[in-house]
Every structure is written in C-alpha cells, then in structure tokens.
Design a binder for this molecule. Structure first.
Ligand code: Z5A
Length: 210
C-alpha cells in the first residue's frame, strides 16, 4: 500500500483556514479520497489539553521557550498517535496548521528565530514534512478585521499587530524558500475566489487523476 499524502493549511488570524479546510476536504472527497481532518495544536487528548493551555489568558506571561516546547509536545503526540499511523495506512491527512506555524509564531512572532524551531522540528518529526502546504495570505489588518467579530479573543488573538506582521513575514519568506511544497494563496478576496485558487493549487500538486 502506498503512503498517504499530508496536506497542511496555514494562515494568520482571519485568513479563512476553516473555509479552506472544508474546500480541501470536498475536493478530495470528489476524487474518492476520504481524508483524515485534524488540527494543531490539538488532534489528540494531550494535544487538545495543551491547546487549552496555549490559548488561555491565565497564562499570558508564558515564556516563548515554554510556548514552543508545548507546541512541539502536542505535535509529538499528534504525529505518533494520529498522523504517522494514518499516512502509513495509506490515508490522506489534512491538518489545520502544522510546523510552519511554529516558524511563524514562535520563531518570528515571539522572536525565537529559525534555528531553534528547526532543531525541534528535526528532533520531533525526523524526516516527516507535509507534501503540500497551502498558506492563505491576507494583510494583517484585513485578517484582524475579519476575526474581530469573535466575542472572546484567545491569548494569541490578543497580540498586537507587530506580532502578526512578523509572523506573516516568516510565512511569506518560507513560501519563497520552499516552492516545492508551499503555495501562497491570495486569500484577501471573496470566499469563492479563494476556494478556486485552493482547488487550482490542489490540481497542480496532485493532478486530476489521483
Ligand atoms: N499556534 C502557534 O503559535 N504555533 C504553532 O505551531 C501552532 C499554532 C500549530 C490557534 O490556532 C493558535 O495557535 C494560533 C497560532 C497558534 N493563533 N493565532 N492567531 P487556530 O488555527 O485555532 O487559530 P486561528 O488563527 O484563530 O484560526 P481559525 O479561527 O480557526 O481560522 P481562521 O483562519 O481565522 O479562519 P476562519 O474562521 O475560517 O475565518 C475567520 C472569519 O473570516 C470568519 O468569520 C469567516 O467567515 C471570515 N472569512 C473567511 N474567509 C473570508 C473571505 N475570503 N472573505 C471574507 N470573510 C472571510
């Protein structure tokens, strides 16, 4: 049996990842593929508990290193218990966020830098990397405007614009550095236009025959 494919969706606050996850799932299902849909931080009982810690305002003073280690602790669990077994069983896996978010938020936003994230990535993931990452790009102000409708912003959503600008800079740079895997999708337009761009990127990566 051939290994499944691993697709990740990335983007800033309000980029439209939830909408994109549904579009990817529908595109795959229309081709007879039943993907496993998951998210980070999360995807396992431990991962969901860690997500609670990361988003909770009670821990607003959490250090950047602790934050990065928590994100990777959840990822280690997610990989061993969910993602790797599914891929090995031939299942396609689609994750709402993965390690590019750690480069963007902890490496860029929190200022830990690329090398520390890379070291954790090597340790926790060995050689595993996504086959395709769709990065939904929106100007920070537009994303924050879309997300502003939420009544109860979490610990990340309460960050200042500069934090998100640094994260966006890292995402955009990584798309330029990893063109074989990462696709930058202009997500600033209407939902329907963004969905068409996502479908075009999927067709380009996996062809219509798979
Ligand atoms: N985090 C981290 O720091 N390091 C890591 O390694 C990982 C994560 C893995 C939680 O993630 C936090 O974890 C995250 C980074 C950190 N915090 N931040 N920021 P999350 O993915 O759960 O959190 P989120 O960014 O807040 O995502 P979300 O709420 O699930 O999705 P979204 O991208 O913001 O999109 P949405 O819910 O689909 O859309 C937001 C709103 O915009 C909604 O009302 C839509 O109807 C609307 N929308 C969507 N698309 C459009 C278009 N095209 N036009 C107009 N309006 C639109």
């Amino acid at each position: 049996m051939s290994r499944g494919r691993f697709i990740t969706i990335e983007g800033l606050e309000g980029a439209g990842k939830t909408t994109a996850m549904a579009a990817v799932e529908a595109w795959l299902q229309a081709r007879g593929i039943d993907p496993l849909m998951t998210r980070e931080p999360g995807g396992t009982p431990v991962g969901e508990a860690v997500r609670g810690l990361l988003l909770d305002h009670t821990y607003h003073g959490m250090t950047a290193k602790a934050e990065a280690l928590l994100v990777f602790a959840a990822r280690a669990e997610h990989l061993e218990q969910v993602i790797t077994p599914a891929l090995e069983a031939g299942r396609w896996v689609v994750s709402d966020r993965f390690t590019d978010a750690s480069y963007a938020y902890q490496g860029g936003g929190r200022g830990l830098g690329e090398a520390r994230i890379e070291a954790l990535e090597r340790w926790v993931q060995d050689g595993l990397r996504p086959d395709l990452t769709l990065y939904l790009d929106v100007p920070v102000a537009r994303g924050l405007e879309r997300a502003a409708t939420r009544s109860d912003p979490d610990r990340f959503e309460s960050e200042r614009e500069g934090f998100f600008e640094r994260a966006r800079g890292v995402y955009r740079r990584r798309c330029a550095e990893h063109p074989e895997r990462m696709r930058l999708i202009d997500a600033s337009g209407e939902v329907e236009a963004v969905r068409r761009r996502i479908e075009a990127a999927l067709a380009l990566s996996f062809g219509e025959s798979e």
